[in-house]
Structure formats: structure tokens, C-alpha cells
Design a protein around this ligand. Structure first.
Ligand code: CA
Length: 313
């Protein structure tokens, strides 16, 4: 089944790999890319998204909309793992320019025009999605499903001990979105570390595919791999591309659970902490949380995408 989607992204490295799923996977139809303040400098993120559209051979086919340059109530907080988010490599300037229509406006319009048809894949801080909720209070009921990469399942985060990056950066937005009534699925940092960590041997397998797409992957992935090895994570992590792949290939989900998920936005100590509560009798579930995936299947599916993508350059 083809999934029509909007991808909301703070484009750097694994965000680009998630965009490739939207741009190239035979079961994906990507309607728009929307850019949100996150990983690296905002304008760099825009360039990274446009470069990725180009790498997929789809220049001019998918609009890129500019969204929030800062979180809803806080200053921008950069991630440290990604360099410039494009492998610190000089790519030719992309031919496509960004759209004039803003991200939240585009999200609200596309969903309003296609009620029940559009999935949103949110792989950055949730600022644009929350803004779209405030623009159109019917957004949540008109979106088919909202897939979020964010949070850590009652375990240590990747910014503080309490918090994962996307929820940490804009906890007010995460709070608005999780309360808005979407049909939500969450892929956490916890499952990413456990099941979407690709070793150097696996990355060598990707390098040896030898397509322009696998070269693109290797260039963008290298800073993340080197950063991770510096903090004793032995491989590169793929939270965003995992979320994208599970959306189009749900057969890779081996176990999931309905849970109540909420994000802390008052405390400084636990800013962005995500509470995951499986006790349905105590707290009514508001999200489906991915608990276990077919890790080998995910890697093989991503390799297949890099091998047989429409882009043959
Ligand atoms: Ca991201």
C-alpha cells in the first residue's frame, strides 16, 4: 500500500536517509518536505534537504517548505553529532529552490485538502507540527497517522540523562502535539540504540554497493559514525530512517504497545523527559510505541533502497 506523506525534518545525515525513503521507496509518495529548527543551522538544513532531493534524482518534484527557525518558547539548541549534516562535503548547489509557502501553512493546507489520506513523518523537534495544530484545530483528526521519532522509553537520553534531542529542544511543542489527538506512533532513541545501530562491517557492505546513492549515504554518515565512536557507541545510529522505513514497511515491526506518553516541559532538571506509561488502567494510552523491530530486515530494506533507487546517476 502506498503511503502519502509529509516529512517534517531538521535535515542532517539520518534525516536525509529518511527523506530517501520518502523520495525513492516504491510504497512512499512524498507530498512535501517541511524544515524545522533542529540539528544544524536552519539554512544549512534547507540546503541539505534540497541536496537530498537532488541525490534522489527528484529535483523540482517535491516542494521544500521553510518552517520554524527557533523552538516555540526557547532558543535554538544545536545537536553535536552531525558536522554540517551533509558529511562536511562540498556538493554542487541544488537547482531546486525552497517554496514560498511556510511549513505549518503547507502542512495544514495539504491535510485539509486530503482528509484521512496523509501521514506525517516528524523526525525533528515538533515545532512545525504544533504550529500547524494551532493553525487548524481539525488537523489531528484529518491526518491519517502521525509518526514521531522522539523520546527515550524510560531510559537515558542522548542530550541529558533525562531527554532525547527532539523532545528536549522543543518540549512545549511535543506537549501540544501529544495532547492534540493524533493517531500517533513513536519510534524512540531507546529502540534506535538497541536495534538501529549499524556497525562498521554493515557500513562497509553499504559502501560496497557502489551506487551514487550508497556513496551519498557513506559521505553523510561518516561524521555520525566518528562522533558515536568518540562516545563509545560503536556504529552509526538511524532513528529517522528507521521511522520512515517502518511507516512504509510495517511488517518490520515485531512488537508494539499502546502507551500513555507525555513530555516534561516545566522542570529544568528533566526538560524534555518523556514519560512512557504502560499502565492503561491508570493513564489512557495516546500512542503506539514501537518495542521491537526486525533489525536485520531494516538494514536489508535500506540496502535495497540504496541499490535499486530510481536515481541511477
Ligand atoms: Ca531528525
Amino acid at each position: 500500500m502506498t503511503r502519502r506523506m509529509i516529512i517534517d525534518t531538521d535535515t542532517a545525515a539520518d534525516d536525509s536517509f529518511a527523506l530517501l525513503v520518502g523520495l525513492l521507496h516504491p510504497r512512499a509518495s512524498i507530498e512535501a518536505i517541511t524544515i524545522v529548527s533542529g540539528n544544524v543551522d536552519f539554512d544549512q538544513q534547507v540546503q541539505n534537504a534540497l541536496i537530498t532531493v537532488e541525490a534522489a534524482g527528484r529535483s523540482g518534484e517535491v516542494p521544500v517548505h521553510l518552517g520554524a527557525r527557533v523552538p516555540m518558547a526557547r532558543p535554538w539548541y544545536a545537536a553535536s553529532a552531525h558536522g554540517d549534516g551533509k558529511g562536511n562535503h562540498d556538493f554542487p548547489a541544488p537547482a531546486q529552490l525552497p517554496s514560498d509557502e511556510g511549513a505549518a501553512e503547507a502542512i495544514a493546507r495539504i491535510v485539509r485538502e486530503n482528509p484521512g489520506e496523509i501521514d506525517i513523518l516528524a523526525i525533528g523537534p515538533l515545532t512545525n507540527i504544533a504550529t500547524a495544530v494551532l493553525l487548524d484545530r481539525e488537523l489531528a483528526s484529518n491526518v491519517r497517522q502521525l509518526w514521531i521519532m522522539g523520546g527515550c522509553d524510560n531510559s537515558v537520553g542522548n542530550v541529558t540523562a533525562a531527554a532525547e534531542y527532539n523532545f528536549y529542544v522543543d518540549p512545549e511543542a511535543a506537549d501540544i502535539v501529544l495532547r492534540a489527538g493524533f493517531d500517533v506512533t513513536i519510534v524512540t532513541w531507546t529502540i534506535t540504540l538497541a536495534q538501529a545501530l549499524w556497525t562498521r562491517d554493515q557500513l562497509d557492505e553499504i559502501r560496497s554497493i557502489g551506487t551514487s546513492l550508497s556513496d551519498f549515504f557513506t559521505i553523510l554518515d561518516t561524521p555520525n559514525l566518528e562522533y558515536n565512536e568518540g562516545v563509545a557507541i560503536m556504529g552509526s545510529t538511524h532513528p529517522d530512517s528507521l521511522t520512515a522505513m517502518l511507516l512504509v514497511q510495517p511488517e518490520l515491526i515485531l512488537r508494539s504497545s499502546r502507551q500513555f506518553v507525555a513530555v516534561e516541559h516545566v522542570s529544568d532538571l528533566t526538560r524534555g523527559y518523556s514519560l512512557f506509561d504502560r499502565r492503561a488502567a491508570r493513564n489512557a494510552p495516546n500512542a503506539t510505541v514501537i518495542d521491537e523491530i526486525d533489525a536485520t530486515g531494516f538494514f536489508e530494506a535500506y540496502k535495497a533502497l540504496l541499490t535499486s533507487g530510481r536515481h541511477t546517476g
